[in-house]
Design a protein around this ligand. Sequence first.
Ligand code: G3H
Ligand code: 13P
Ligand code: ZN
Length: 307
Amino acid sequence: MPLVSSKEILVPAREHGYAVGAFNTSNLEISQAVFEAAAEMKSPVIVATSESAIEYAGFDNLLNMVRHMADYFGVKAALHLDHGKDLDIAVKCIRHGWTSVMIDASKLEYEENVAATSAVAQVAHMAGVPVEAELGRLAGIEDMVSVDEREAALTDPAQAAEFVERTGCDFLAIAIGTSHGAYKFKGEPKLELDRLSEIAGMVERPLVLHGASSVPQDVLETAAKYGAKLPGAKGVPEDAIKEAVKSGIAKINIDTDLRLAFTGGVRRVLTESPEVFDPRKIVGSGREAIRDVVKRKMRLFGSDGKG
Ligand code: G3H
Ligand code: 13P
Ligand code: ZN
C-alpha cells in the first residue's frame, strides 16, 4: 500500500475514540519491528523521523525503506517529520515524499509560534501534506512549583482553540504533564486529564501526546538485568494513556520505550551468548523486543484491527 497522509489515519481515530502510535525510527531494524507489529495487529501506523534521525540515516534511505515496507506489509502508514524546527526542514521532507510534518515552534513566544506554524501549514497544504504543531512546553510538572509557572508551560484550552483556528494546523500536540525521555516523574506520575478534556471540548482536530512512553517495568527490568543503568526511570502509566485516549488524544508518540526494549534485547544476547558476533543476531534480538512493545502499544491505544 502506498504511504498515506497522517490525516487519513488520525481523523478517523479522533472520530471513533482510539489513538494511533507514532513510533520513531532511524534504522532498518526499528522500521521492520514497527511494520511487522502493525501487519500482525492489522493496525495503521505513523512512522516518525526526527531531524537527528534523518541526519543519521539519510532522507532517501528512510523514505525508501518506509515506503517499501508499507507496500510489502500492506500496512496503512504515514511517514512523519517529528519536531521539525523550521520551514526549511519541513519543505525538504515534503519534497522527498514525507506524508506528514510537524513544526515545533513551541519554545518561541505565542505570536512567533503562530507565525511559524501558519507558514508551514500554508506550504504543506499546497502539497496536500498535513501539519502537526505544538502549543505548550513539555517539561516535568513537578519542577513547576508556582501556579503561574504551571499555567505558562501547560496548554491553555482557549488559546489552543485560537491557535488551531489561526494557524490552520491539522493536529495539535499539547502539554499536560508529559515530557520526553525515560525520567518523566520523580514522584507519583500525574497527567492533567481535566485540562485535556477541556482542550478536547474546544478543539475538534486530532490531539497529540508527546513524551508518552510508559517505561514498562518488565522492559526496564530486562535492560537492567543485563547491565543497563537506568535508576529512577519512570514513564506514563498505561492507565493514564487509556484515559488520555478516551479524552481525545488520537496520536501517541513513542520513542523511549523502543530504545529501552532494543537495549534490553541487544544486551541479553551479548551477555548470554558472548560467543556471538554476528550483527544480525545481536540487533535482531533488539528488533524482536521492539516488535513486542509496539504490538502492546497498538492494543493499548485501540488501533488494532483499524488498518
Ligand atoms: O522527541 C524526540 C524523539 O524522541 C527523537 O529524539 O532527536 O534523539 O532522535 P532524537
Ligand atoms: P518518549 O520519549 O516518551 O518516547 O516520547 C517520544 C516523543 O514524544 C517523540 O516525539
Ligand atoms: Zn516529541
